[in-house]
Write a protein that binds this ligand. Structure first.
Ligand code: 13P
Length: 340
């Protein structure tokens, strides 16, 4: 393990006002999004869509790292260039999702545990050979009647920490993603409480598993009211409580925090990230960045619709969302950007 190299990669991922673009949907998830957009759910269409993303002109101005899926990291462009080479040539670091998905947790009705630790060291070694330099593992925490349980939070935090330690051993920067879901009618306060407990537990486990904080990135949810909650706080209120929660629970040693979007609209995700940077940037120990999938990809996916002739406008839409989020990283995003 070359720790200096890891720390450099982690810093690069959150520097220059850039952020990450997650395009690591598993085949079932990608097919679900394709079905909703009326796109055929085949390997051919998944490959074409991912080629559209990685060949978007100027993407490297806004995106520091692209998160791929096992199928995608082995694919090539139509001209035969491997995706990994195309990404690297665009000045972007290739990453890989290595968890095997969130499965029902035994004895814990309504809760999930993320699988994928068995054989992980060997899989990481192979992905390193292919060219990936950072990895992602997503844990899912739901808020509901009597949940999350302590058992679910601890099991997921432990798995995240074991994954992160294996990543660093094999030369990968771990993206540690404990996602508290937006589904439900819970309040902003409930999300705050659960997110704080989850983050404290995750960092306690990362410490026990000897993960070097300087060589990792945290990918948390923003603190938000449930989608079905009748009270939806303002952009500034969300920014304030999210930063308050992170300041309590996240050590200053990590280089950056890259939020997931979790089902927020692209505009809201940009506005909330922007508000955090406007109101707090000069006082924070870490960079506040993004690692969005839906909040960057969704308009492009809908415009593309599986048609070759729509590639250019789809790429323009993708670049637009990526550049809005780059602006949000230095507090220069505004609703006017959406009209230009
Ligand atoms: P969303 O931004 O769509 O929530 O996806 C981020 C991600 O990578 C989930 O693991």
């Amino acid at each position: 393990m070359n720790m200096q190299e890891l720390i450099k990669t982690a810093k690069t991922l959150v520097s220059g006002h850039k952020g990450l673009l997650a395009m690591d949907e598993s085949n079932p998830t990608c097919n679900k999004r394709f079905a909703a957009a009326g796109i055929p759910q085949t390997e051919k269409f998944r490959r074409s869509y991912r080629e559209l993303i990685i060949t978007t002109p100027g993407l490297g101005e806004c995106i520091s790292g692209l998160i791929l899926y096992d199928e995608t990291i082995r694919q090539q462009k139509k001209d035969g260039t491997s995706f990994v080479k195309a990404i690297t040539d665009a000045g972007i670091i290739p990453g890989i999702k290595v968890d095997a998905g969130a499965k029902d947790m035994a004895g814990h009705l309504g809760e999930k545990i993320t699988e994928g630790l068995d054989g992980l060291r060997d899989r990481l070694r192979e992905y390193f050979q292919i060219g990936a330099r950072f990895a992602k593992w997503r844990a899912v925490i739901a808020i509901g009647n009597g949940i999350p349980s302590r058992g679910c939070i601890e099991a997921n935090a432990h798995a995240l920490a074991r994954y992160a330690a294996l990543c660093q051993e094999t030369g990968f920067v771990p993206i540690v993603e404990p996602e508290v879901l937006m589904d439900g009618d819970h309040s902003l306060e409930q999300c705050f409480e659960v997110t704080e407990e989850v983050l404290r537990t995750v960092f306690s486990q990362l410490y026990k598993q000897r993960v070097i904080l300087e060589g990792m990135i945290l990918k948390p949810n923003m603190v938000l009211p449930g989608l079905a909650c009748s009270k939806q706080e303002s952009v500034d209120e969300v920014a304030d409580v999210t930063v308050e929660c992170l300041l309590r629970a996240v050590p200053a040693a990590i280089p950056g925090i890259a939020f997931l979007s979790g089902g927020q609209s692209g505009e809201l995700a940009s506005a909330r990230l922007n508000a955090m940077n406007v109101r707090f940037k000069s006082r924070l120990p870490w960079e506040l960045a993004f690692s969005f999938a839906r909040a960057i990809q969704q308009p492009a996916l809908e415009i593309w619709h599986g048609e070759e002739s729509n590639i250019l406008p789809a790429q323009q839409a993708l670049y637009h969302r990526a550049s809005c989020n780059r602006a949000a990283r230095h507090g220069e995003y505004s609703a006017a950007m959406e009209k230009s």
